[in-house]
Design a protein around this ligand. Structure first.
Ligand code: G4P
Length: 283
Protein backbone atom coordinates (compact mmCIF):
# COMPACT_ATOMS: atom_id res chain seq x y z
CA UNK A 1 0.00 0.00 0.00
CA UNK A 2 1.27 3.45 -0.81
CA UNK A 3 0.32 6.69 0.80
CA UNK A 4 1.15 10.15 -0.38
CA UNK A 5 1.07 13.44 1.45
CA UNK A 6 1.46 16.83 -0.14
CA UNK A 7 4.88 18.32 0.48
CA UNK A 8 3.47 21.86 0.26
CA UNK A 9 1.15 21.34 3.22
CA UNK A 10 3.88 19.66 5.18
CA UNK A 11 6.37 22.45 4.66
CA UNK A 12 3.82 25.10 5.63
CA UNK A 13 2.71 23.26 8.75
CA UNK A 14 6.29 22.68 9.80
CA UNK A 15 7.23 26.33 9.33
CA UNK A 16 4.20 27.39 11.37
CA UNK A 17 5.17 25.00 14.11
CA UNK A 18 8.74 26.27 14.18
CA UNK A 19 7.32 29.74 14.82
CA UNK A 20 4.80 28.60 17.43
CA UNK A 21 7.29 26.52 19.33
CA UNK A 22 9.36 29.62 20.06
CA UNK A 23 6.44 30.93 22.13
CA UNK A 24 5.97 27.98 24.42
CA UNK A 25 7.56 26.15 27.35
CA UNK A 26 5.96 22.74 26.87
CA UNK A 27 5.06 20.54 23.91
CA UNK A 28 2.00 18.35 24.55
CA UNK A 29 2.25 15.60 21.97
CA UNK A 30 -0.72 13.30 21.37
CA UNK A 31 -0.12 9.79 20.09
CA UNK A 32 -2.64 7.03 19.44
CA UNK A 33 -2.17 4.45 22.20
CA UNK A 34 -2.97 1.61 19.78
CA UNK A 35 -0.12 2.64 17.48
CA UNK A 36 2.16 4.85 19.57
CA UNK A 37 5.09 4.51 17.20
CA UNK A 38 3.34 4.92 13.85
CA UNK A 39 1.25 7.85 15.07
CA UNK A 40 4.36 9.89 15.93
CA UNK A 41 6.59 11.95 13.75
CA UNK A 42 10.01 12.01 15.37
CA UNK A 43 10.70 15.40 13.72
CA UNK A 44 8.99 16.85 16.77
CA UNK A 45 11.95 15.73 18.85
CA UNK A 46 14.16 18.09 16.87
CA UNK A 47 11.55 20.88 16.77
CA UNK A 48 10.81 20.55 20.49
CA UNK A 49 14.41 20.33 21.60
CA UNK A 50 14.94 22.56 24.66
CA UNK A 51 11.26 22.34 25.58
CA UNK A 52 9.59 20.33 28.28
CA UNK A 53 7.82 17.35 26.74
CA UNK A 54 4.57 15.63 27.62
CA UNK A 55 3.29 12.64 25.66
CA UNK A 56 -0.44 11.95 25.94
CA UNK A 57 -1.25 8.38 24.98
CA UNK A 58 -4.71 9.12 23.71
CA UNK A 59 -7.49 6.62 22.92
CA UNK A 60 -6.02 4.50 25.70
CA UNK A 61 -9.59 3.31 26.29
CA UNK A 62 -9.31 1.31 23.05
CA UNK A 63 -5.82 -0.06 23.65
CA UNK A 64 -4.54 -3.07 25.56
CA UNK A 65 -3.85 -1.97 29.15
CA UNK A 66 -0.76 -4.13 29.48
CA UNK A 67 0.72 -2.54 26.38
CA UNK A 68 -0.34 0.93 27.58
CA UNK A 69 1.88 0.35 30.59
CA UNK A 70 4.75 -0.91 28.46
CA UNK A 71 4.52 2.08 26.12
CA UNK A 72 4.29 4.53 29.02
CA UNK A 73 7.53 3.05 30.38
CA UNK A 74 9.09 3.31 26.91
CA UNK A 75 8.30 7.02 26.62
CA UNK A 76 9.38 7.74 30.20
CA UNK A 77 12.67 6.06 29.48
CA UNK A 78 13.13 8.50 26.61
CA UNK A 79 12.73 11.41 29.00
CA UNK A 80 9.11 12.35 28.32
CA UNK A 81 6.41 12.87 30.87
CA UNK A 82 3.53 10.53 29.99
CA UNK A 83 -0.20 10.34 30.70
CA UNK A 84 -2.65 7.75 29.35
CA UNK A 85 -5.87 9.32 28.26
CA UNK A 86 -9.38 9.15 26.89
CA UNK A 87 -9.65 12.73 25.65
CA UNK A 88 -13.43 12.55 25.46
CA UNK A 89 -13.81 12.46 29.22
CA UNK A 90 -12.88 14.93 31.94
CA UNK A 91 -11.23 12.20 33.99
CA UNK A 92 -7.50 12.57 33.81
CA UNK A 93 -7.49 16.30 33.12
CA UNK A 94 -6.54 17.11 36.71
CA UNK A 95 -3.67 14.66 36.49
CA UNK A 96 -2.51 16.41 33.34
CA UNK A 97 -2.47 19.80 35.06
CA UNK A 98 -0.28 18.31 37.78
CA UNK A 99 2.06 16.67 35.30
CA UNK A 100 2.38 19.91 33.32
CA UNK A 101 3.61 21.65 36.48
CA UNK A 102 6.03 18.83 37.09
CA UNK A 103 7.32 18.91 33.53
CA UNK A 104 7.90 22.66 33.74
CA UNK A 105 9.41 22.70 37.21
CA UNK A 106 12.76 24.02 35.99
CA UNK A 107 11.18 26.90 34.11
CA UNK A 108 9.01 27.83 37.10
CA UNK A 109 12.09 27.69 39.34
CA UNK A 110 14.08 29.84 36.90
CA UNK A 111 11.28 32.43 36.84
CA UNK A 112 11.19 32.48 40.61
CA UNK A 113 14.94 33.11 40.85
CA UNK A 114 14.52 36.06 38.49
CA UNK A 115 11.74 37.43 40.64
CA UNK A 116 9.00 36.59 38.13
CA UNK A 117 5.96 35.27 39.93
CA UNK A 118 2.82 33.65 38.56
CA UNK A 119 3.78 33.70 34.91
CA UNK A 120 1.74 30.87 33.45
CA UNK A 121 3.36 28.00 31.65
CA UNK A 122 2.63 28.16 27.93
CA UNK A 123 1.95 24.97 26.02
CA UNK A 124 0.89 23.79 22.60
CA UNK A 125 -0.76 20.59 21.47
CA UNK A 126 0.71 18.70 18.52
CA UNK A 127 -0.04 15.43 16.76
CA UNK A 128 -0.94 13.78 13.48
CA UNK A 129 -4.48 14.18 12.07
CA UNK A 130 -7.29 12.34 13.88
CA UNK A 131 -5.26 11.55 16.98
CA UNK A 132 -7.68 13.59 19.12
CA UNK A 133 -6.10 17.06 19.35
CA UNK A 134 -9.34 19.04 19.07
CA UNK A 135 -11.17 16.67 21.37
CA UNK A 136 -8.44 17.08 23.97
CA UNK A 137 -8.37 20.87 23.72
CA UNK A 138 -12.17 21.01 24.03
CA UNK A 139 -12.34 18.69 27.01
CA UNK A 140 -9.36 20.18 28.77
CA UNK A 141 -10.26 23.77 28.18
CA UNK A 142 -13.99 23.26 28.73
CA UNK A 143 -16.49 26.01 28.16
CA UNK A 144 -15.62 28.17 31.10
CA UNK A 145 -12.22 29.33 30.02
CA UNK A 146 -11.76 32.67 28.41
CA UNK A 147 -9.62 33.21 25.40
CA UNK A 148 -6.87 35.71 25.87
CA UNK A 149 -4.82 37.72 23.44
CA UNK A 150 -5.84 38.78 19.96
CA UNK A 151 -8.26 41.37 21.28
CA UNK A 152 -9.74 43.37 18.42
CA UNK A 153 -7.64 46.39 17.66
CA UNK A 154 -5.05 45.51 20.26
CA UNK A 155 -2.91 42.61 19.25
CA UNK A 156 -2.77 40.51 16.15
CA UNK A 157 -0.92 37.78 17.96
CA UNK A 158 -1.83 34.27 18.84
CA UNK A 159 -4.96 33.06 20.61
CA UNK A 160 -4.22 31.60 24.00
CA UNK A 161 -6.63 29.66 26.13
CA UNK A 162 -6.20 30.28 29.83
CA UNK A 163 -6.70 26.87 31.42
CA UNK A 164 -6.12 27.85 35.02
CA UNK A 165 -3.91 30.30 36.80
CA UNK A 166 -0.84 28.27 35.90
CA UNK A 167 -1.31 27.17 32.30
CA UNK A 168 -2.05 28.75 28.93
CA UNK A 169 -2.61 26.75 25.79
CA UNK A 170 -2.18 27.87 22.21
CA UNK A 171 -5.66 27.41 20.77
CA UNK A 172 -4.61 25.93 17.43
CA UNK A 173 -2.86 22.58 17.56
CA UNK A 174 0.22 21.86 15.51
CA UNK A 175 -0.28 19.23 12.82
CA UNK A 176 2.42 16.66 12.36
CA UNK A 177 2.59 14.36 9.37
CA UNK A 178 3.13 10.68 9.83
CA UNK A 179 6.42 9.28 8.63
CA UNK A 180 5.70 6.70 5.98
CA UNK A 181 9.20 5.35 5.55
CA UNK A 182 8.11 1.97 6.79
CA UNK A 183 5.08 0.53 4.97
CA UNK A 184 3.73 -0.85 8.26
CA UNK A 185 3.11 2.74 9.36
CA UNK A 186 0.59 3.28 6.56
CA UNK A 187 -1.09 -0.01 7.36
CA UNK A 188 -1.43 0.70 11.09
CA UNK A 189 -2.70 4.24 10.56
CA UNK A 190 -5.24 2.93 8.06
CA UNK A 191 -6.43 0.33 10.55
CA UNK A 192 -7.01 2.84 13.32
CA UNK A 193 -8.85 5.10 10.87
CA UNK A 194 -6.34 7.90 10.51
CA UNK A 195 -6.20 7.61 6.73
CA UNK A 196 -9.34 8.06 4.68
CA UNK A 197 -10.98 4.75 3.85
CA UNK A 198 -11.52 5.74 0.21
CA UNK A 199 -7.78 5.52 -0.29
CA UNK A 200 -7.61 1.96 0.89
CA UNK A 201 -8.19 -1.53 -0.24
CA UNK A 202 -10.48 -2.67 2.53
CA UNK A 203 -10.08 -6.41 1.87
CA UNK A 204 -6.31 -6.18 2.04
CA UNK A 205 -6.62 -4.21 5.26
CA UNK A 206 -8.93 -6.70 6.97
CA UNK A 207 -6.67 -9.61 6.04
CA UNK A 208 -3.76 -7.79 7.66
CA UNK A 209 -5.84 -7.15 10.75
CA UNK A 210 -6.83 -10.82 10.94
CA UNK A 211 -3.15 -11.77 10.70
CA UNK A 212 -2.23 -9.44 13.57
CA UNK A 213 -5.10 -10.72 15.72
CA UNK A 214 -4.13 -14.34 15.08
CA UNK A 215 -0.56 -13.60 16.14
CA UNK A 216 -1.08 -11.32 19.15
CA UNK A 217 -4.67 -11.66 20.32
CA UNK A 218 -5.52 -15.33 19.95
CA UNK A 219 -9.15 -15.97 20.82
CA UNK A 220 -10.41 -12.53 19.78
CA UNK A 221 -11.76 -13.70 16.40
CA UNK A 222 -13.20 -16.90 17.87
CA UNK A 223 -15.01 -15.01 20.63
CA UNK A 224 -16.54 -12.38 18.37
CA UNK A 225 -17.23 -14.33 15.19
CA UNK A 226 -17.03 -18.00 16.16
CA UNK A 227 -14.22 -18.25 13.65
CA UNK A 228 -11.80 -21.16 13.71
CA UNK A 229 -8.49 -19.38 14.09
CA UNK A 230 -6.27 -22.16 12.75
CA UNK A 231 -6.98 -21.22 9.15
CA UNK A 232 -5.53 -18.77 6.64
CA UNK A 233 -6.69 -15.14 6.99
CA UNK A 234 -8.66 -15.51 3.73
CA UNK A 235 -10.49 -18.55 5.10
CA UNK A 236 -11.26 -16.72 8.32
CA UNK A 237 -12.66 -13.77 6.36
CA UNK A 238 -14.81 -16.19 4.42
CA UNK A 239 -16.08 -17.74 7.62
CA UNK A 240 -16.89 -14.35 9.11
CA UNK A 241 -18.78 -13.38 5.94
CA UNK A 242 -20.78 -16.57 6.29
CA UNK A 243 -21.40 -16.28 10.04
CA UNK A 244 -22.42 -12.64 9.81
CA UNK A 245 -24.56 -13.14 6.77
CA UNK A 246 -22.55 -10.84 4.51
CA UNK A 247 -23.99 -11.85 1.15
CA UNK A 248 -24.58 -10.12 -2.16
CA UNK A 249 -27.91 -10.17 -4.00
CA UNK A 250 -27.21 -13.41 -5.83
CA UNK A 251 -26.29 -15.15 -2.57
CA UNK A 252 -22.54 -14.88 -3.15
CA UNK A 253 -20.42 -13.99 -0.09
CA UNK A 254 -19.65 -10.29 0.21
CA UNK A 255 -16.03 -10.06 1.38
CA UNK A 256 -15.90 -6.28 1.31
CA UNK A 257 -18.87 -6.08 3.63
CA UNK A 258 -17.27 -8.58 5.99
CA UNK A 259 -13.98 -6.66 5.82
CA UNK A 260 -15.68 -3.37 6.63
CA UNK A 261 -17.46 -5.05 9.54
CA UNK A 262 -14.26 -6.38 11.12
CA UNK A 263 -12.43 -3.09 10.70
CA UNK A 264 -15.33 -1.14 12.13
CA UNK A 265 -15.61 -3.46 15.12
CA UNK A 266 -11.88 -3.17 15.74
CA UNK A 267 -11.95 0.64 15.58
CA UNK A 268 -14.90 0.91 17.93
CA UNK A 269 -13.36 -1.47 20.48
CA UNK A 270 -15.98 -4.19 20.03
CA UNK A 271 -13.24 -6.66 19.14
CA UNK A 272 -11.58 -5.91 22.45
CA UNK A 273 -8.85 -3.61 23.67
CA UNK A 274 -6.15 -4.09 21.10
CA UNK A 275 -2.73 -2.55 20.53
CA UNK A 276 -1.16 -3.09 17.11
CA UNK A 277 2.49 -2.38 17.79
CA UNK A 278 4.76 -3.06 20.68
CA UNK A 279 7.63 -1.16 22.24
CA UNK A 280 10.09 -4.06 22.11
CA UNK A 281 9.83 -4.04 18.29
CA UNK A 282 11.07 -0.47 18.13
CA UNK A 283 14.57 -0.86 19.45
P1 G4P B 1 -7.69 15.76 15.60
O1 G4P B 1 -8.13 17.09 16.11
O2 G4P B 1 -6.38 15.33 16.13
O3 G4P B 1 -7.74 15.63 14.09
O4 G4P B 1 -8.73 14.64 16.14
P2 G4P B 1 -10.21 14.82 16.75
O5 G4P B 1 -10.17 15.52 18.04
O6 G4P B 1 -11.08 15.37 15.67
O7 G4P B 1 -10.61 13.31 17.04
C1 G4P B 1 -10.74 12.34 16.03
C2 G4P B 1 -11.74 11.27 16.44
O8 G4P B 1 -11.21 10.54 17.55
C3 G4P B 1 -13.07 11.79 16.91
O9 G4P B 1 -14.06 10.84 16.54
C4 G4P B 1 -12.97 11.76 18.43
O10 G4P B 1 -14.21 11.64 19.08
C5 G4P B 1 -12.16 10.51 18.61
N1 G4P B 1 -11.40 10.52 19.87
C6 G4P B 1 -10.60 11.49 20.34
N2 G4P B 1 -10.04 11.14 21.50
C7 G4P B 1 -10.49 9.89 21.79
C8 G4P B 1 -10.23 8.97 22.87
O11 G4P B 1 -9.44 9.21 23.79
N3 G4P B 1 -10.88 7.77 22.80
C9 G4P B 1 -11.72 7.45 21.79
N4 G4P B 1 -12.30 6.24 21.82
N5 G4P B 1 -11.98 8.29 20.75
C10 G4P B 1 -11.37 9.49 20.76
P3 G4P B 1 -15.20 11.17 15.51
O12 G4P B 1 -15.63 12.57 15.63
O13 G4P B 1 -16.19 10.09 15.61
O14 G4P B 1 -14.42 11.07 14.20
P4 G4P B 1 -14.15 9.75 13.40
O15 G4P B 1 -13.84 8.67 14.42
O16 G4P B 1 -15.40 9.52 12.67
O17 G4P B 1 -12.97 10.10 12.55
Amino acid sequence: MHFQWYPGHMTKAKRQMQEDIKLIDLVIELVDARVPFSSRNPDIDELGRQKARLVLMNKADLADEEQNKAWAAYFKEKGFFVVKLDARTKAGMKTISGVIMDACKEKIERDRRRGIKNRPVRAMVVGIPNVGKSTFINTYAGKACAKTGNKPGVTKGKQWIRLNKNVELLDTPGILWPKFEDQRVGLYLALVGSIKDELLNIDELSLELIKILQAYYPGALARRYEAVEEQTPAEILQEIARNRNCVKKGGELDYSKASALIIDEFRSGRLGKITLEFPEEQS
